[in-house]
Structures are given as structure tokens and as C-alpha cells.
Design a protein. Structure first.
Length: 716
């Protein structure tokens, strides 16, 4: 029976022990799809054929060392969104983003240090680093923008010092290009296209012309004289006299162009939003649309050409794309699906399924606990919302119009019911191998007692117009929830249904989950509900404000996810909830708490992530995780503020000497929490501030390759 999880007495003791020992801790969520992550990427650079970097939301930095066949996530030590990246060679590079953030690495992204740009004006610290251009290891330029002003900063000593340059009155610049140390261009615009030019290394800039064209996103020069600029609404401009004059070319597309690139003097592409690329084969004089049949919501923010002519692109929702044959064919090697997940279910610790709704349908399967997935879809491309397996081979899907079944583990799916009234089926549950229920629009309820061969149809008139979730706790007793606060219960295997009182009378109720015959949880657009008496009374839980799309518990431990990427967790059966550190702002609509304690969440554009509650991970040392991390990381202490104890979690990817020291606000050392050789892993340290006064303290993690400091507040 779906969501009804029975646990042994021994495991109950383990959970009770852990709940007593640990306070509520943040979890380490791992991206499963896209790989290595699914947050939006805004800039990309390949300094050579094999080594490439891309940066994006929440401080994301990813790297490939094998020409894009695989990517790894690097530790940027920031949650600030990164908008620009430039590498001089495979080891030395820069990344920039919001709040005048500029970082530098000299070891290929293993360690990043902050670079301080000038702060001469009251708002300089708020400038976004839109673009970075280094012409050699010493000389580089950084373009910043905030509200009604653009600034360009220059360094001639590898970022140690910077000077501020004027921008010739151009106030909306967002892209920068230098052909050599002297000749450079910047472009942008708001009310029209802006292009400025320098021939003396930025000492002076001139506004070559202000055009009554849309804003520009990128500028590219094929050679010293021929340049292309492109931007919103398919605007493409061309210059044949070193940027002195520009004319609009015949672009046939209305799609926004984010980036321009050329693989040779004649063949170039304009890449951006939607399923259409622009292409020229005569050096930018004429452009045509190239439609590759992609979904219209793909958006690529940047693209580059490697010295050997391979094209790489990165964009929203972590999408990566490449072409190895000059743009004739393209592949997206880092994702199994770009459709939005609506439900996940595991039939054992390793084998699980996911279905996609909210667009084209898809069916995914994993046999290695989510590490890799394969698509089982063939010709069925309509949304699917619910999935349930009765054994290892037999499963059912509730979707738009159809109910589907497999008898061979998903290798083949076939219809067992097709609606003639355009009914949308939203969820499915079975109480045994033969008896199952499907619910959906118009309060519809379908029931089978012969494993889907025949279905009877009734309408739960008290439920409202749409039912969203169904859960049976035994063969007779089940619950379903829907819009307008509808909560209905049956005690006679679906023959009759009675309404239960909902505190959220007008809310859209999205999921229902029971851990035993009395204890259940409901998620909704207004918050979370709980019952401890089989639904006779539903109470509003003390969860962080907001709406939630799914909630699920395993005894005391539970999670809820939301459409803005928010994840909350409870370790005391919903009495208290804590919002987890931000993993993504991608919408999360699917949630499954597996029997091996792993939690899976899925959502927008193929997002799949997983974790295991930190409180349930106990090793012989009592403080380490089971998985070896990919990079160094120091997490925020938890809780914060604290009184008088808190926990500090950190990750180290390799063995070595590790120290953790605590300082007061004057810089005085007040405690050494750790100073020893350690193996790679994830660790949690306890800090007790009972002998300290209230105030701000700092804790510093140091290894041979990594140092980071975070702030914590002791509040007595």
C-alpha cells in the first residue's frame, strides 16, 4: 500500500536514538539529474580543447577536463549567483557575479580567492559583474552594471590592483570583448542598442553610435574589421569597419539571441532562447533559422567554440549542449529528461520510477538508487501524474486521459483505460495486486478489482472539481484530497466517501500521506496539516510560511517540498519544521522517502536530487557521512543563532591535517574544535558556548588546500 511504511522494532529504536542524540541538521542534497547539477548557468569558457568551465546560480561552478563528456561541480565558497567567467589557461581564471563578487583561481578551480574591486561610489558594492576579459595573465577588464550605471575596471597586475574607467555615457552595458590589449568593445542597451569602443586599452572609450534597435547581449569580431552584435528579438548588427558603423542584418527570427560565435570566417551561430538557432554561412551578411526540434522553453545563455571547432553551450536549469561537427548535430549529455517530474516511487532500495507531467510526459527508471536513469517512453507524450507498483514487474500510471500498465518492469506500457470525456487522472493507489483506485478531475474515482482489466466509475461529489492525491492505509480505509480544501475518507473500500473538516477551506490540497492508520499529513498551497485520529481532526502544523506540493514521513522524520524549490524537514513528527539550505529554486513537485532512509525530490526541467537525513547517518565514529564528497565545503552552523550548543558540518574530499578554530569578534582564539589528520568524508562537530558571553563568533576550517570562515551568533 502506497506511503504506508512498516518498520521493524529495531529500526524504530535506531530512529528514536538518533532523534534524541541529534538536533535538527541541514542535509547534503546530491544532484542526480541533470548531472552534475541543475541550477541555471549564465556563462561558459573553454581555454583549450579539453578544459571548460561554466558558472551560474547559487555560486555554481562546474568543470570538464574531457571536452564535455563529463562535468564536475567545484566549490566556489559562495551562494551568490555568478554571471561571468574567463580563463586565461586551464588553471588560471576568474568568475564574477552579483554584489561586485569577483573570484580568482590559479589551480584549475580547486581553490577560489576573492578579488576586491574599487568601491569609490556608494553603490559600487551592488554592481553585478556582467563580463570578464583577460588578454593575458596580467591585463584584464571587468564590466559591472547596477541600475542606471555601468563601470569598467582594469588591472595590469593579475587582479592585485584595479583602476576605474569611464564608459562614454553608455549606462546599460552587459558584454565585453577585447581583441588585444588596446582594441576593445562593450555593448548593451535598454531603450536602444549601445556600443562603445576603445583603441588605447580602455584609457578612453567612445560611444560609436546609439541605435534605435533592441538591447544587445553579445558582441563578436570575426577579424579586426568585421564584427557582429546581437540581442533581443533576433536583432543582429554588423560592422565592416572595426566597429565605427553598424547596420542591421536580415535576421528572420524574433527569438532573443544571447551569444554569437563563429567556427570559421563564414559559418556562425546566434544562440539563445527557444528551439531556433540563427546561422550564417557568409560571414554574417545573411542569417537563417535552424530548427532542431527542441522544446521551445530551452534557453542558452552562453556558448563557446574550442580551438578544434567543437561548440559548447550552457543555459537555464543547468542545461549543457555540444556539437562535435560544426553545428550539424547537437547533444545534451548531462540530462536524461527536461520534462517536469510529478511523482517518484521506489519498489526497493535500488529500483525506482519517476513520471513527468506539466508538459510532455516521460517515464524514468533507475536500478542503482537514482545514480543513473533511463527513459522508458516511446510514443506516449502526454502528461503523467501518478505511478504505483504492486510488485517488481507490475505497475500503473495515472495520466492525462489514460491509465497505463506494465507487466515487465516498465519495458513496455499499455493502456488499460482511456477516457472518452477528457478526464485527467492525477494519482493511483493499489491495496493488493488486484484492487486499485485512480482519481482525477471532476471528482472522478475509477476502481478495479481485477488488476486493471475492468474499471468502474463513480464521482465523489463532495470532493470539489479536482482530486490530487489518494492514499489507502488498509484494504478498506483510504483518503483523498483536492481543491477547495476537499478531504474525503472511505472505510468501505471506496463504496462511500465522507467529507472531513479542513482548516484550509479554500486551499488547493496537493498530497496526502499516512504513516499508520491514525497519523496522516496533507500538503497544500496554504501550509501543512496533520491528524492523529484518522482524520476526525486536522490541525495546521507549525511549518515555515508558504505553500507545499508534497509531504511524506517515515515515522518521526518527514519532508515537504514546494514549487519555489523550498525544502523543509521535521524530525519530531511535524511538531517543528526547519527550512533546509537552498539547493535550487527549481520547482519541486515529486517526493519519495524510501525504506533505506534516502529521500528523493524531483521537479522542474528534469530536476532529481536525493539526500539522507543527517540525523540518521551514524558511523563508528558517530560523526561522519557515508559518501565521500567531491570538494571542500564548510556549512553554516545549525541552529544559528544558538544557545548554548550548535553543530558545524564540513566536507573534505581527501585525507590530511584538518583544523577547526573558533574566534571572537576581536579575533581572539576561544576554542580549537579539531586539529588532527582525517580521512575524506563529511563530518559534524559540536560546539558548546556555555562558557562564553552572547555575541558574534567566527569558526574557521583549514586544510593544506582550503580555508574558509563563517559567522555564528551565540544568543543567551
Amino acid at each position: 500500500m502506497k506511503n504506508l511504511i512498516k518498520m521493524s522494532a529495531a529500526f524504530m529504536i535506531i530512529i528514536m536514538f538518533n532523534a534524541a542524540v541529534f538536533s535538527q541538521l541541514p542535509d547534503n542534497w546530491k544532484w542526480l539529474n541533470p548531472n552534475p547539477q541543475g541550477n541555471s548557468l549564465f556563462a561558459m569558457d573553454f581555454p583549450d580543447n579539453n578544459n571548460g568551465y561554466s558558472v551560474g546560480a547559487f555560486g555554481t561552478i562546474i568543470k570538464t577536463s574531457d571536452a564535455g563528456n563529463s562535468w564536475d561541480q567545484l566549490n566556489s565558497n559562495t551562494q551568490i549567483t555568478l554571471l561571468s567567467v574567463d580563463f586565461i589557461n586551464s588553471n588560471e581564471g576568474y568568475a564574477g557575479g552579483f554584489n561586485q563578487l569577483l573570484k580568482k583561481t590559479t589551480d584549475g578551480g580547486i581553490v577560489w580567492t576573492d578579488i576586491q574591486l574599487p568601491r569609490e561610489g556608494p553603490f559600487d558594492s551592488l554592481f553585478s559583474i556582467m563580463d570578464i576579459e583577460f588578454v593575458n595573465s596580467n591585463t584584464g577588464f571587468v564590466l559591472g552594471f547596477f541600475q542606471l550605471e555601468s563601470k569598467i575596471w582594469k588591472t595590469i597586475d593579475g587582479g592585485s590592483t584595479w583602476t576605474t574607467q569611464t564608459t562614454a555615457g553608455a549606462n546599460y552595458l552587459n558584454t565585453l570583448l577585447f581583441l588585444d590589449e588596446n582594441n576593445g568593445y562593450a555593448a548593451g542597451g535598454s531603450l536602444g542598442s549601445e556600443i562603445i569602443k576603445t583603441t588605447d586599452g580602455g584609457s578612453t572609450w567612445e560611444l560609436v553610435q546609439f541605435y534605435d534597435y533592441p538591447a544587445l547581449s553579445d558582441i563578436y569580431f570575426i577579424n579586426q574589421t568585421t564584427g557582429i552584435a546581437a540581442g533581443e528579438s533576433g536583432c543582429v548588427l554588423m560592422s565592416t569597419n572595426s566597429g565605427i558603423n553598424w547596420v542591421q542584418t536580415g535576421s528572420p527570427s524574433g527569438m532573443d539571441v544571447s551569444t554569437i560565435l563563429f567556427i570559421n570566417a563564414n559559418t556562425g551561430f546566434g544562440i539563445g532562447s527557444g528551439n531556433v538557432f540563427l546561422k550564417t554561412v557568409n560571414g554574417g551578411v545573411n542569417w537563417s533559422e535552424e530548427n532542431y526540434g527542441w522544446s521551445t522553453y530551452r534557453s542558452f545563455m552562453d556558448a563557446v567554440v574550442t580551438p578544434e571547432g567543437k561548440i559548447h553551450a550552457a543555459g537555464l536549469y543547468g542545461i549543457l549542449m555540444r556539437s562535435d561537427n560544426g553545428g550539424l548535430n547537437w547533444e545534451t549529455p548531462n540530462t536524461i529528461t527536461e520534462n517536469t517530474l510529478s511523482e517518484i516511487e521506489f519498489i526497493d532500495n535500488n529500483t525506482g520510477y519517476a513520471v513527468c507531467g506539466y508538459g510532455d510526459g516521460d517515464i524514468l527508471k533507475t536500478t542503482d538508487a537514482g545514480e543513473t536513469w533511463v527513459s522508458q517512453i516511446t510514443t506516449y507524450h502526454t502528461p503523467m501524474y501518478g505511478i504505483h507498483f504492486t510488485d517488481a514487474e507490475t505497475g500503473y500510471i495515472a495520466g492525462s486521459i489514460d491509465i497505463k500498465k506494465t507487466t515487465n518492469g516498465g519495458t513496455n506500457w499499455f493502456n488499460v483505460y482511456s477516457s472518452t470525456q477528457n478526464e485527467i487522472f492525477t494519482d493511483v493507489d493499489f491495496t493488493n495486486s488486484s484492487t486499485g483506485y485512480v482519481i482525477g478531475s471532476y471528482g472522478v474515482l475509477k476502481k478495479t478489482t481485477n488488476a486493471g482489466e475492468n474499471w468502474t466509475s463513480t464521482s465523489i461529489t463532495s470532493s470539489g472539481s479536482i482530486l490530487n492525491s489518494i492514499c489507502f492505509v488498509n484494504e478498506n480505509t483510504g483518503y483523498s484530497v483536492g481543491d477547495f480544501g476537499a478531504i474525503v475518507k472511505t472505510t468501505d473500500a471506496g463504496v462511500t466517501w465522507t467529507s472531513q473538516i479542513s482548516p484550509f477551506t479554500m486551499a488547493y490540497l496537493t498530497s496526502v500521506d499516512f504513516t499508520d492508520e491514525n497519523t496522516g499529513y496533507i500538503s497544500s498551497g496554504a501550509g501543512l496539516l496533520k491528524t492523529t485520529n484518522g482524520g476526525d481532526e486536522w490541525l495546521i502544523m507549525n511549518a515555515p510560511t508558504g505553500g507545499y506540493y508534497k509531504v511524506q514521513f517515515r515515522n518521526e522524520f518527514g519532508y515537504a517540498v514546494a514549487s519555489n524549490g523550498k525544502i523543509i524537514k521535521s524530525i519530531d513528527a511535524g511538531i517543528n519544521w526547519i527550512e533546509q539550505p537552498t539547493v535550487t529554486n527549481n520547482g519541486l513537485y515529486a517526493l519519495y522517502f524510501n525504506s533505506d532512509n534516502y529521500v528523493y525530490a524531483g521537479g522542474t526541467r528534469g530536476t532529481i536530487i536525493k539526500t539522507i537525513p543527517t540525523e540518521l547517518i551514524v558511523t563508528s565514529s558517530g560523526n561522519s557521512y557515508t559518501e565521500i564528497p567531491n570538494s571542500f565545503k564548510l556549512n553554516q552552523n545549525y541552529p544559528n543563532p544558538f544557545n548554548p550548543t550548535t553543530k558545524i558540518n564540513f566536507e573534505i574530499p581527501k585525507s590530511g591535517l584538518v583544523t577547526m578554530k573558533v574566534y571572537d569578534i576581536t579575533g581572539k582564539l576561544v576554542d580549537i574544535l579539531l586539529n588532527e589528520n582525517m580521512n575524506a568524508g563529511n563530518f559534524t562537530l559540536d560546539f558548546n558556548g556555555s562558557n562564553l558571553s552572547s555575541g558574534i563568533y567566527f569558526y574557521t576550517l583549514s586544510t593544506q588546500d582550503f580555508t574558509e570562515t563563517k559567522r555564528m551568533i551565540l544568543l543567551k
